[in-house]
Design a protein around this ligand. Structure first.
Ligand code: DNO
Length: 398
């Protein structure tokens, strides 16, 4: 397996390419975050970024831009599927720009309106480090009392509504504003637009009538349209799971379980139709058996996010991001499966993983960081994961 590292690109990341070298990673995971969602990437812009990553100062180890995370899929594709022709054409043009520059693994997701969602970005751990967290009651307080979504009450039991009310009442105005920013303003790396509360409500209304079956059908139409181009260029597409892997705000999510993925692979068997195996997102559900999923989708996995979430004992829908080996996910068992998959891959097709998210700790507590993407916590996670790979007799390739 190869060690990747997400880098947000020039001007967007306090972590330098040399920092990444020191962490031991060899493969950069990045995106053209400056290009507005829906606009086609140009080969020149891709070439420029590639040059930035791959021009190695004398005496330094080389880095390679191996994975794109993500090319965002505009909202209209999620709402209209194959009818969103020009948006899908632009997406294919971005694939072509990447192919011309030999970047061949592309991650994307299909979450409507909001991408990855948390309620706390600096939840203090007993060590003094901080973690990302999703707390169901804070989420419900936002949904019911801040967003005040049409029809939200129906999604909660009376007891849940009472707890959400109490949570909301206990929050200061600043905390409420902070929660809006955390949930609605699109965390760095998100593939959805930042939204004001009125725009958020409007977006939700535009999904009226789109249930899980319809959203899945739109994803299938999208894949039918883009996989021929991906295949022709030798690009492997990897669908990132929903985070968290369940419906939010009454919106369907269709990449949360093994059955969700199986339905997509059955409908669009193209080998370009692959999966980003994110242990953090999938691991939030106790009914996702991760080693079994890795075995079942072995030939579909082309990119891996390794992190571990820990569900609350009191409410299994709440979780925080634990240290990489200390969550609910059996990381050793998962890595054993992934190593076996990697051994079947030829040169140039090795599995690329990245340590996903990390605690904010040590000097990073004093710095401004991208939530989840501080250097030291990820470096620690990567070091622990690398140790497992050595113990499994499969040291990472360099
Ligand atoms: C955050 C993430 C998301 C994810 C994209 C994939 O850390 O998991 O930014 O990378 O949604 O398309």
């Amino acid at each position: 397996m190869r060690q990747g590292w997400r880098w947000y690109g020039p001007g967007r990341d306090g972590v330098s390419l040399d920092d990444i070298r020191q962490a031991g990673a060899t493969d950069i995971v990045t995106s053209l975050h400056d290009v507005p969602i829906g606009q086609a990437w140009t080969a020149a812009a891709v070439a420029e970024r590639k040059q930035r990553v791959e021009t190695t100062p004398a005496g330094r180890s080389p880095l390679r831009w191996s994975v794109v995370e993500s090319i965002p899929i505009p909202d209209v594709v999620k709402r209209q599927g194959g009818r969103a022709k020009s948006e899908i054409e632009a997406w294919i043009a971005s694939l072509e720009a990447l192919a011309r520059n030999d970047v061949k693994v592309v991650c994307y997701n299909f979450m409507p309106v909001v991408d990855w969602t948390r309620t706390d970005l600096d939840w203090v751990l007993p060590t003094g480090a901080t973690a990302l967290r999703f707390e169901q009651e804070r989420f419900a307080a936002f949904d019911l009392h801040i967003l005040a979504r049409d029809g939200a009450e129906a999604d909660y039991t009376p007891a849940e509504r009472a707890r959400a009310r109490a949570t909301f009442d206990a929050m200061s105005p600043e905390e409420r504003d902070g929660l809006v920013v955390t949930i609605a303003s699109a965390l760095p790396g998100s593939t959805t637009d930042p939204l004001s509360l009125p725009a958020f409500r409007e977006r939700l209304r535009s999904y009226a009538g789109i249930d899980a079956a319809r959203l899945r059908q739109h994803l299938i139409e999208f894949l039918e349209a883009v996989t021929p181009a991906a295949e022709a260029h030798g690009i492997r597409l990897t669908l990132h799971p929903d985070d968290p892997p369940r419906p939010l705000f009454g919106l369907p999510r269709v990449a949360s379980t093994a059955e969700d993925y199986a339905a997509l692979f059955d409908a669009v068997p193209s080998p370009a139709n692959g999966m980003c195996f994110c242990t953090g997102s999938l691991g939030v559900r106790a009914d996702n058996d991760l080693p079994a999923m890795a075995r079942r989708f072995a030939d579909r996995i082309h990119f891996v996010h390794l992190r571990a979430t820990k569900r609350d004992a009191a409410d299994q829908r709440s979780f925080h991001e634990a240290a990489h080996l200390e969550g609910d996910v059996d990381m050793v068992a998962v890595l054993r499966e992934l190593v076996a998959i990697d051994r079947t891959r030829g040169p140039g097709q090795e599995l690329i993983f990245r340590p996903d998210h990390g605690h904010r700790m040590l000097d990073d507590l004093q710095k401004q960081v991208n939530p989840g993407y501080a250097a030291i916590g990820r470096l620690k996670g990567l070091a622990e994961l690398r140790g497992i790979l050595y113990a499994l007799g499969a040291p990472p390739q360099v």
